[in-house]
Design a protein around this ligand. Structure first.
Ligand code: IDP
Ligand code: MG
Length: 156
């Protein structure tokens, strides 16, 4: 069981795609365990995207994510980190596979609607950066027993 950080970026919120995108994760069988609509501070944005500091797109990226509200979510499930990355699709929306969020709703490599943690280490770091203690819940969905078989917990 893993928890990953998902952010619906300003373009998703402004385009009225929050519900549509949220639905992609929910219907997949993933569990939303934390969620808030916020304006991102300069500090949080620079810490979150520290690995991209100095890249040609960096300044525009920080301007983009701090410009308008974002929906921040913690999403849990078996292999949630990799599963969410597959649901989201590759960075450039124009080459992202159809059926993924970026493949179905976008045309840009910068306005690509969703952030998803890319590894266990990033997920841990990012969840700590975006959520305070107590903001991520442990509640299960009662339907989960029809989404995950007992054997899924022991087999990959
Ligand atoms: P990811 O979001 O698919 O993990 P990263 O390489 O981690 O992609 O880049 C972080 C974000 O920076 C992207 O989601 C996108 O918004 C922006 N970005 C990445 N590469 C480019 C680029 O080549 N041009 C413009 N923006 C980019
Ligand atoms: Mg990334």
């Amino acid at each position: 069981m893993q928890t990953t950080l998902i952010i619906l970026k300003p373009d998703a919120v402004q385009r009225g795609l929050m519900g549509t995108i949220l639905n992609r994760f929910e219907r997949k069988g993933l569990r939303i365990v934390g969620m808030k609509l916020i304006m991102v501070s300069q500090e949080t944005a620079t810490e979150h995207y520290a690995e991209h500091h100095g890249k040609p797109f960096y300044d525009n990226l920080i301007k983009f994510v701090t410009r308008s509200p974002v929906l921040v979510m913690a999403i849990a499930g078996i292999d949630a980190i990799a599963v969410c990355r597959r649901v989201i699709g590759s960075t450039n929306c124009r080459s992202a596979d159809p059926g993924t969020i970026r493949g179905d709703f976008g045309m840009s490599s910068s306005f690509n609607m969703v952030h998803g943690s890319d590894s266990l280490e990033s997920a841990k770091r990012e969840l700590k950066l975006w959520f305070k203690d107590g903001e991520i819940l442990d509640a299960k969905r009662t339907s989960e027993q029809w989404v995950i078989a007992e054997s899924d917990y022991t087999r990959s």
